[in-house]
Design a protein around this ligand. Structure first.
Ligand SMILES: Nc1nc2c(c(=O)[nH]1)N[C@H]1C(S)=C(S)[C@@H](COP(=O)(O)OP(=O)(O)OC[C@H]3O[C@@H](n4cnc5c(N)ncnc54)[C@H](O)[C@@H]3O)O[C@H]1N2
Ligand code: MOO
Length: 409
């Protein structure tokens, strides 16, 4: 009988990431950059903001001119000008003076703060009463307060979110160099699997994994490349696998990873040119029957066929490899979960890591994680779940009320 012959711990498997290269880079328009991974360090070529600017509508003054001012004892200041937006004021504000200014306007020389319009009253064209004092620097953004000239404002490996797009825009970057999106081939195998546009006959099932995996690949920053369903046939599988390796940066094949009579994945992988089996079996549940091979310099995964197992292995193992390929600075999704408390006791076998599907339930006393139990062939358990919790390999289980981290799925 066949057997799993290279069973490894999760962390041993994850350590293989560094054996694989990152994908190349490309220059893209800033408008298309959201979700991409920066491949360059970006340096500021000027202060942001470039000039001292106010955050309110009011009067630019020297703070000392209004010290001690109150409703009952206002300070009287002389208006020496109005500041036009987008221009540098050509006058200064001395002691006892004020200049009308709008939000975002540049402070004139001499002024160090801005008193809000609602804390003043104009007595006539040139005189105001100030009812509230301001501290030096109040209601003002200093030059370089946001970002200083000549600093690294974003480092390579950073995921570009809308706020990073805004920052790049602030520095006039119309294009940005990012890592290419890794192309990930997705192959489903099994004589019983039919395309989703067919009504399954008795003994058949529609291809679920190609779709869950394509969604997961996209979420992880890759581009999925779909293939036709492959029958349980050594030659057919070998042909498609060779094609997939040619056309992509990583291959995922689901089904046929176990040790049954029709599980050819391991043989095909062993026979592909320049192939080395790194892992055959991971000490996790669900998803033990997982294969990782290196074909040339590309990772090739045999994922378990069960719909939940394929997803769990993707988010816990495959995703970190995709993120590595995209150049993303290391991000530990398992450690970044949402803190919650377990709603019931959970038993677990020692010697393997268990990933348990949970639903998040907000209650008066905080967030609770309620296990969604069920076989790993049932997609409904993933539909009802909000995430996964991890039970460590040296733990016999968790007690009701114990703190857990919920990794979103
Ligand atoms: N004697 C043993 N049998 C099994 C073991 C074991 O350790 N010893 N492990 C079980 C576990 S756990 C899993 S998971 C499966 C994994 O098996 P395979 O990776 O070889 O997958 P298949 O047998 O091809 O399929 C399993 C199951 O999933 C369905 N499937 C497959 N592909 C798809 C798809 N694209 N869409 C929807 N459903 C799919 C398939 O019809 C099977 O029902 O092995 C256990 N057996
Ligand atoms: O490991 Mo299987 O992947 O438990 O269902």
């Amino acid at each position: 009988m066949k057997d799993f012959f290279k069973v490894m711990d999760l962390d041993q498997v994850l350590a293989f990431r560094s054996d694989f290269p990152k994908v190349g880079t490309e220059e893209i328009p800033l408008t298309a950059a959201v979700g991409r991974i920066l491949a360059e360090d970006v340096r500021s070529d000027m202060n942001l903001p470039y000039f001292r600017r106010t955050t309110v509508d009011g009067y630019a003054i020297q703070a000392a001119s209004g010290f001690g001012a109150s409703e009952s004892n206002p300070a009287y200041l002389t208006v020496s000008g109005v500041i036009s937006m987008g221009e540098s004021p050509d006058f200064s504000v001395g002691p006892g003076k004020a200049a009308r200014i709008s939000t975002g306007g540049m402070l004139p020389r001499g002024a160090d703060s801005v008193v809000m319009i609602e804390h003043t009253e104009a007595l006539d064209e040139t005189t105001i009463e100030v009812y509230k004092s301001v501290a030096p620097g109040q209601n003002v953004i200093e030059p370089g307060e946001d970002f200083q000239q000549d600093e690294i404002i974003l480092s390579a490996g950073r995921k570009i979110r809308p706020q990073e797009m805004g920052l790049l825009a602030a520095f006039g970057r119309e294009t940005v160099t990012v890592y290419r999106k890794p192309v990930v081939s997705i192959i489903s195998t099994g004589d019983e699997i039919v395309p989703i546009n067919q009504r399954p006959g008795v003994g058949q099932i529609r291809d679920i994994n190609s779709y869950t995996l394509a969604g997961l690949v996209r979420e992880a920053g890759g581009t999925p490349l779909g293939f036709d369903i492959v029958r349980d046939d050594y030659n057919a599988l070998l042909g498609i696998c060779s094609e997939a390796v040619e056309q992509s940066d990583m291959v995922l094949i689901s089904g046929g990873s176990s040790v049954g009579m029709r599980d050819f994945t391991i043989e095909v992988l062993a026979d592909l040119p320049q192939s080395e089996i790194l892992v055959h079996g991971i000490s996790v549940s669900p998803g033990k029957p997982t294969i990782l091979a290196r074909v040339g310099d590309k990772p090739f995964w045999g994922l378990p066929g069960h719909v939940v197992s394929a997803m769990v292995i993707f988010v816990t193992v495959v995703r970190p490899f995709i993120e590595h390929a995209t150049g993303l600075s290391e991000k530990d999704h398992r450690a970044l979960g949402i803190p919650a408390r377990l709603s019931r006791n959970l038993a677990s076998a020692q010697g393997r890591v268990d990933f348990v599907r949970v639903r998040l339930v907000p209650k008066e006393d905080g967030l609770w994680a309620e296990p969604v139990l069920g076989k790993s062939g049932l997609i409904n358990t993933m539909i009802r779940a909000d995430g996964l919790i991890e039970i460590g390999r040296d733990t016999e289980g968790l007690d009701k009320g114990e703190p857990v981290l919920v990794m979103r799925v």
